[in-house]
Every structure is written in structure tokens, then in C-alpha cells.
Design a protein around this ligand. Structure first.
Ligand code: IMP
Ligand code: MG
Length: 173
């Protein structure tokens, strides 16, 4: 297994997180946010961005998965659903990466059914080329090429989530 040199360095990540958090803090001025992170992938981005958001905030998580190795299975499993009341709340759904769009779309639809006042999405990475299901993205960190990436929360078979940067992952031939 090979993890190449960073596609996005820790510095680039930190400055993008700051920029996104500033936009979010502006847009939600005078409001309270319920931030929902999608685990496991979003854990690092989520904890960085909530620390930089400057409006009152409650948080919760959803544990979901649609992946088997490097391919989406097309089936979304929810292992833990957020328990925070989101009815009539301004909800911000936070994920690490949008690939096919199937996971975020599925979760977004199930949250909309709970009647939030508003529901926006914030994703760190967007692999646009791979989109199968359209999903509205309100805040995007970086658009990246069609490569499998690891680090900053993202894994290959559970590994590399703890890397403080993002790298392209290649399997040894
Ligand atoms: P989607 O349903 O295809 O959009 O997949 C979304 C989920 O798959 C993300 O939240 C990630 O957890 C995972 N995923 C997608 N692309 C990658 C990648 O390049 N590296 C690691 N995980 C990925
Ligand atoms: Mg994920």
C-alpha cells in the first residue's frame, strides 16, 4: 500500500477550515446551529470546524456507511441516528467527502423528514466527477480529482484516518 505525498497539506486544510467557518458564522449570525457530523469520516473536519464557528451551536452525529473497500456499495446503512431534536432548527449537515452523493443525499432526505427550519450541507471535499445522485452543497472546502484519498478522517479499510493531511492512496500493483 502506498500513501503518496500530500494532496492537501495541514496548512491548506487549516486555512480552508477557517475560511468556511467564517462564512458559516456570517451566514448564521443571530441564529443557533445544530451541527450534525457524519461519522466516521467527518470526525476530524467536524471537530476543527465547530471549534472555529462563532455562533451558538449544539452538535450530534450520525454513524453511516456505504463503502466496501474503495467502491460505494450504493446502500447506506445508518448505525446511529442523531438524537438531538432538529424540528424547527437550523441544521448544518457536515461530511468529509461527497463522491457518488448517495450517502449525503440519503441522510439529507431523512433529516428533511424531521422538519428542520433550514438544512444546509457542508463538505470538506467534493469529487464532482463521480456524482450519481445530485445533492445540494452549500459549503465546499475543495473540489478534488477522481482519486481515492485518505487522511484527515478518510480511510482505506479503516486505516489512515489519523493522518493530519490528505493524500492520494494507491494500491501496490
Ligand atoms: P458517497 O455516498 O459515494 O458520496 O460516499 C460518501 C462516503 O464514502 C464519504 O462520506 C466517505 O466516507 C467515503 N468516501 C468517498 N470517497 C472516498 C475517498 O476517496 N477516500 C475515502 N473515503 C471515501
Ligand atoms: Mg463519510
Amino acid at each position: 500500500m502506498i500513501v503518496g505525498k500530500p494532496l492537501l497539506t495541514t496548512r491548506q486544510i487549516q486555512s480552508k477550515v477557517k475560511e468556511l467557518a467564517e462564512r458559516i458564522s456570517q451566514d448564521y449570525k443571530g441564529k443557533d446551529i445544530v451541527a450534525i457530523g457524519i461519522l466516521k469520516g467527518a470526525f476530524m473536519f467536524f471537530s476543527d470546524i465547530v471549534r472555529a464557528i462563532k455562533v451558538p451551536l449544539k452538535l450530534d452525529f450520525i454513524v453511516a456507511s456505504s463503502y466496501v473497500k474503495t467502491e460505494t456499495s450504493g446502500e447506506v446503512k445508518i448505525f446511529y441516528d442523531a438524537r438531538e431534536d432538529i424540528a424547527d432548527k437550523d441544521v448544518l449537515l457536515i461530511d468529509d467527502i461527497v463522491d457518488s452523493g448517495i450517502t449525503l443525499n440519503h441522510i439529507r432526505e431523512s433529516m428533511l423528514a424531521k422538519g428542520p427550519k433550514s438544512l444546509k450541507t457542508c463538505v470538506f471535499l467534493d469529487k464532482k466527477e463521480r456524482r450519481i445522485e445530485k445533492v445540494p452543497l452549500d459549503y465546499v472546502g475543495f473540489e478534488i480529482p477522481n482519486e481515492f484519498v485518505v487522511g484527515y478522517g478518510l480511510d482505506y479499510e479503516g486505516q489512515f484516518r489519523n493522518l493530519p493531511y490528505i493524500s492520494i492512496f494507491k494500491k501496490k500493483a
